[in-house]
Design a protein around this ligand. Structure first.
Ligand SMILES: Cc1cc2nc3c(=O)[nH]c(=O)nc-3n(C[C@H](O)[C@H](O)[C@H](O)COP(=O)(O)OP(=O)(O)OC[C@H]3O[C@@H](n4cnc5c(N)ncnc54)[C@H](O)[C@@H]3O)c2cc1C
Length: 240
């Protein structure tokens, strides 16, 4: 079996995105550059108080950087060990991980693309979209839609950041949708899959990237296949 290198990283910053969700910024020890492709994930390792070795995957939520820094976006899962272990870390604490891994990455040639996320499924898209929009030649002549579903406004992680990207790039469309919207909410309402048809119309020449819990991923894959999409144009990452 292949042996993967284990890295140590130090928690540089821990920011609460909502009551149960954190944005963690980490720095890989002893490297000046930590290479990965937007959309990839890391395998975090830790030992429970009972001495059990645990390993869980977390998408990298930041674009590649030159200084060995990367971010996670994760939420506490009820009775889950790793998510609570990571959310409880304090600045300066160390973690162990392997990676990067995964093939949930942008596939060439670039096409008009719909990104569909709920909850912390936004993590790989934050990495991909910052990378894509950073250089003209990566995104020009293409349209991108980010359809991001949450229950309430508080759960729309990185909302300001995506809204600013949309202001700066006329080809990037940020579409948050709330399943429990208050009356005064001006944006989209309901589940992400309810808005996919109005974005893609009758087109089948686009790419779709879907990330989040299995039920949502399945609903959107079925929908796109029903609209005549080729399965190879639909890429997805399931968190459960
Ligand atoms: C490729 C990949 C990338 C991932 N990236 C992220 C990420 O960027 N951010 C993130 O928050 N999670 C991510 N996950 C999920 C993560 O790996 C863990 O499964 C999650 O944090 C729960 O781990 P735990 O040890 O706390 O709980 P566990 O004891 O492993 O899980 C408890 C229960 O919660 C369910 N569950 C798993 N994930 C979730 C979730 N997100 N919300 C609700 N229930 C869940 C499991 O099916 C299980 O039944 C990713 C998973 C995969 C496979």
């Amino acid at each position: 079996m292949a042996q993967f290198k284990t890295f140590d990283a130090r928690l540089v910053r821990s920011i609460s995105l909502s009551e149960f969700t954190k944005h963690l910024e980490l720095e890989v020890n002893g490297v000046t550059h930590f290479g990965f492709v937007p959309g990839q994930w890391l395998s975090v390792k830790a030992t429970t108080p009972e001495g059990e070795e645990m390993t869980r995957a977390y998408s990298i939520a930041s674009p590649p950087s030159e200084n060995g820094h990367f971010a996670f976006c994760l939420n506490r899962v009820d009775d889950g060990f790793m998510s609570n272990y990571l959310c409880n870390l304090r600045e300066g604490d160390q973690i162990k991980f392997q990676g990067p891994f995964g093939n949930f990455i942008l596939h060439p040639p670039p096409r008009d693309t719909i990104f569909i996320a709920t909850g912390t499924g936004i993590a790989p898209f934050r990495s991909m979209l910052h990378w894509l929009l950073a250089e003209n030649e990566r995104h020009q002549d293409r349209q991108f839609w980010l359809l991001f579903g949450a229950r309430t406004e508080q759960d729309l992680y990185y909302r300001k950041e995506f809204a600013q990207l949309a202001t700066r790039h006329s080809n990037f469309h940020f579409l948050p949708t709330l399943s429990r919207a208050p009356e005064e909410w001006q944006g989209l309402r309901g589940y992400v899959q309810e808005h996919v048809p109005e974005i893609v119309g009758y087109r089948t020449d686009m790419h779709a990237y879907i990330c989040g819990l299995d039920k949502m991923v399945k609903a959107n894959r079925e929908l796109l296949k029903g609209l005549g999409w080729d399965r190879t144009a639909i890429r997805y990452e399931r968190y459960d």
